[in-house]
Write a protein that binds this ligand. Structure first.
Ligand code: BTN
Length: 263
């Protein structure tokens, strides 16, 4: 067994006081384990990380390819005071944390495809799956699952994913220490999460608009059964996407899947 994940120097990871790290070699999904632990009220900022996942999950019930030794598969447990309809803000903050981290480490062509895809060029580098425990409109806990493709070579990407998936190594031509990537993501996450806690999402929104690389792109978004086309204007203060259509009107999109993007 490669012990890099099990023996990461977790003091490198500046999350919150008392936060714990739960390292595993193999789990079905770190989000599932984190949800289970969150119901037992583990300290805020604790993370569940695994060398591999046997049933890594993506959005919309998709599978998330999570082989050992190559990537980072982890979930952060937080207890934000937000309403269920504000959970999109957490996805935005997680995406921004990852894109800032990978750019700082050298992935210069990284950008964010709303709501949760971190891209390098035209391919996906990282995905985020936010899940919450909600009872009677109260958010009891939030699990922020983050997957980052770090050191995959071309031959290690499944054939059916070669057109859509990339890694930091493929994008930069060098290997990365996963502990460093993790530490940088968590440093950003903590900084941005403190803004959410002090109810200053507008600061994150402004950063996202400056740094996501998504504003100004021509997009097609499937919002339910409807296809919305236009130019990305930015985010609302609630984290929804603002798209300006050909008629000049701004549409607000709460949930959707960006199907086409052009610079
Ligand atoms: C997506 O892009 O559809 C979201 C992918 C999220 C993958 C991560 S890996 C760690 C955590 N555990 C999971 O099962 N999924 C998330």
């Amino acid at each position: 067994m490669n012990d890099e994940i099990m023996s990461l120097n977790y003091s490198l990871i500046p999350m919150f006081n008392n936060a714990k790290v739960f390292p595993f070699y193999s789990v079905d999904s770190t989000n599932e384990v984190a949800k289970e632990l969150a119901t037992r009220i583990i300290p805020e900022g604790s993370i569940v990380i695994s060398e591999m996942q046997s049933s890594g999950r993506g959005r919309r019930g998709r599978e998330w390819y999570s082989p050992p030794y190559k990537g980072l598969w982890f979930s952060i447990v937080i207890y934000p005071s937000v309403f269920p309809q504000e959970l999109g803000k957490i996805t935005i903050l997680a995406g921004l944390s990852v894109v800032r981290a990978v750019r700082k480490l050298g992935v210069v062509d990284a950008w964010l495809k709303w709501p949760n895809d971190v891209m390098a060029g035209s391919k996906k580098l990282s995905g985020i799956l936010v899940e919450a425990g909600i009872e009677y409109d109260i958010v009891n806990y939030v699990v922020v699952g983050i997957g980052v493709n770090v050191n995959h070579d071309e031959s290690e990407i499944p054939q059916e994913l070669t057109d859509v998936m990339t890694s930091m190594k493929l994008s930069c031509g060098k290997e990365f220490l996963r502990a460093i990537v993790l530490s940088e993501i968590l440093r950003n996450f903590r900084e941005l999460y403190l803004l959410i806690r002090s109810r200053r999402f507008h600061v994150i929104r402004e950063m996202w608009e400056r740094e996501s690389g998504f504003v100004g792109r021509v997009v097609e978004v499937m919002s339910g059964d409807e296809k919305v086309s236009g130019i990305v204007e930015g985010l609302s203060d609630e984290g929804s996407l603002l798209v300006k259509g050909e008629n000049g009107l701004i549409r607000e999109i709460w949930m959707g899947e960006v199907s086409k993007v052009r610079v």
